[in-house]
Design a protein around this ligand. Structure first.
Ligand code: GH3
Ligand code: MG
Ligand code: MG
Ligand code: MG
Length: 298
């Protein structure tokens, strides 16, 4: 596996030398000799997996560097460990309060520095994995309901500030209970995965969000898209799902799997709440079902 990258920030060549020899065998090591250089290098891709930071630097002090890295979206999640000659508890507390995960005093034991680095890198990976799992639907890999609800709140408030239209497409697979009954639950799951993939590839703008919001229900949240555009997209998805040609012998709609769609929008004339955006789409979806399924109502 590819070695993690450590950014060592220190203005003293002897310290750099000592840390390098402790780390070089296990890590890819980069150096910065001032606070300004440290910030620039921490922002560079690929971002470091961890920063070792001296307190006394020629330009900005280490506490300030730490604070700046922690408040910058690009570097906020990178763990920082102070490595310093300042062994006073007040300094240590200040270091931890500025956002560092750990504080090591010089002279240090190379083995302990390595062990602490390894622990913090592992914790960060576990945290990132958890964060990703918390917003992902395990069956399809799409955003889950929790992610969708958060995004909906955010987009509605963005819409209120900027007045750009916001649209929502709700989709529900037709006669899916019969599908499971005839082909079995594993085949039902395969069908859901294929439909999810179709949705994910049909949405092209980076701001669009597609989520699995229920068992066989999906939502597309479309910022800066009006109802007309959203209905065109829904119609395109409806056809793509038919084109998958997934056999459905127990459907009363068609010989293949189909889906129904409800489309709603917020624009500057219709200042409604996020709940109503969802409810409107749900009402439209219900109408699509009542009118025979396999259709878009906007
Ligand atoms: P309609 O056309 O009115 O939407 O009929 P429907 O049968 O699709 O609707 P209903 O809500 O009655 O049934 C949804 C079915 O979706 C129930 C359940 O068997 C199936 N389902 C929900 N979640 C999953 C899942 O994770 N995997 C599988 N295989 N099936 C699921
Ligand atoms: Mg120094
Ligand atoms: Mg349903
Ligand atoms: Mg259904």
């Amino acid at each position: 596996m590819h070695q993690p990258t450590i950014l060592v920030v220190d203005d003293d060549p002897t310290n750099i030398e000592a840390l390098s020899s402790a780390l070089l065998e296990h890590y890819e090591v980069r150096f910065a000799m001032s606070g300004t250089e440290a910030i620039a290098m921490a922002r560079m891709m690929p971002r470091p997996d961890l920063v070792l930071l001296d307190v006394m630097l020629p330009d900005i002090d280490g506490y300030e560097v730490c604070r700046l890295l922690k408040t910058d979206r690009l570097t906020a999640s990178v763990p920082i460990i102070f490595v310093t000659a300042l062994s006073d508890p007040v300094q240590e507390e200040r270091g931890l309060a500025s956002g560092a995960v750990d504080y090591i005093t010089k002279p240090f034991s190379p083995a302990i520095v390595r062990a602490r680095i390894r622990n913090h890198i592992e914790m960060r990976r576990a945290y990132e994995l958890l964060q990703r799992l918390a917003v992902t639907d395990p069956l399809t890999g799409l955003a889950n309901r929790r992610h969708f609800d958060e995004a909906l709140l955010q987009e509605v408030s963005r819409h209120r500030r900027h007045g750009m239209p916001l649209s929502l497409v709700l989709m529900d697979i037709d006669e899916f209970k019969h599908y499971n009954d005839l082909y079995g639950h594993p085949a039902g799951d395969d069908c859901l995965r294929l439909v999810a993939l179709t949705l994910a590839t049909a949405l092209r703008r980076p701001a669009d969000l597609v989520a699995r919001v229920g068992g066989e229900e999906f939502a597309c949240l479309l910022p800066e898209t009006d109802g007309k555009g959203a209905a065109i997209l829904a119609e395109r998805i409806r056809k793509l799902i038919i084109d998958l040609a997934i056999p459905h012998q127990q459907s009363n709609v068609a010989i293949h799997v189909t889906a129904s769609f409800g489309v709603s929008m917020l624009d500057h004339q219709h200042q409604e709440a996020e709940q109503s955006l969802y409810q409107q789409a749900d009402v439209k979806l219900y109408q699509a079902k009542a009118q025979g399924r396999n259709r878009v109502i906007g």
